[in-house]
Design a protein around this ligand. Structure first.
Ligand SMILES: Nc1ncnc2c1ncn2[C@@H]1O[C@H](COP(=O)(O)OP(=O)(O)OP(=O)(O)O)[C@@H](O)[C@H]1O
Length: 224
């Protein structure tokens, strides 16, 4: 599904180019639940942004379903981002001035759906994620775990090919972290949703079926 070949990326600091990703080779298959682990500053978020079509300044080749992504322009990349990827972040990143329902329906509206069509789809998904009664609330009125469920709903509402989750349990207590990881696990096992998770937390890794480690921009896969 995703294939990265010899990916390299550097940032310029004080007139010097600092390599952040070095010759990264990676394949992600449909249905994988993959963890990316590694110390702070090792390049995990840089890699995630590249996989999520946020960044296109890198060396090497990126293939999605066998098609090369590397040479696409910004407009094509933003279309891919809207249709193919769901993002989940540590701080939830819900829009504070919109209700939960409105937050979750946004990706559908961007995709050209009418308000009338989105309603039942949003309500069904909120119900499935255990926050069916929270649709009319504002994000601030929900607990961290409930907000993350809403963010997951927003990430999967338009059936993306894969979810990119950047430390999605980093702001949650242990019990709520486990609840959220179980939501991901259920989506992965029951609906075949492909998930790529950046995490510092070894306890979240037991939910994943593959683990890769990033160290100074070099990616290696753990043999399990
Ligand atoms: N826009 C940028 N300009 C310059 N340097 C950057 C930029 N973004 C990231 N870096 C540098 O690239 C390196 C990798 O950063 P990245 O955010 O990918 O690491 P990370 O593994 O995700 O870290 P963390 O776990 O702390 O989020 C760091 O040294 C960082 O300072």
């Amino acid at each position: 599904m995703i294939k990265l070949e010899k990916i390299g990326k550097s940032y310029k600091a004080d007139n010097e180019w600092i390599p952040v990703l070095k010759n990264v080779e990676m394949e992600v298959n449909q249905g994988d639940f993959l963890a990316i682990m590694g110390p702070s500053g090792s390049g995990k978020s840089t890699l995630l942004n590249l996989i999520g079509f946020v960044d296109r300044n890198y060396e090497g080749n990126y293939f999605l379903e066998g098609n090369i992504v590397t040479s696409k322009n910004d407009a094509d990349l933003s279309k891919l981002r809207n249709q193919r990827v769901g993002f989940v972040f540590q701080q939830f990143n819900l829009i504070e001035t919109l209700t939960i329902e409105e937050n979750v329906e946004l990706p559908l509206l961007y995709d050209g759906w009418s308000y009338r069509e989105t309603k039942s789809k949003v309500l069904e998904l909120l119900e499935k994620l255990g926050i069916g009664d929270k649709g009319k609330k504002m994000p601030k009125q929900l607990s961290g775990g409930q907000q993350q469920r809403a963010a997951i709903a927003r990430a999967i509402i338009n059936n993306p090919d894969f979810i990119l989750a950047d430390e999605p349990t980093g702001a949650l207590d242990t019990q709520t972290s486990n609840d959220i990881m179980n939501v991901f696990k259920q989506l992965n096992e029951e609906e075949g949703v492909t998930i790529i998770l950046v995490t510092h937390d070894p306890t979240t890794v037991k939910y994943c079926n593959r683990v890769v480690h990033m160290q100074d921009g070099i990616l290696t896969e753990e043999v399990r």
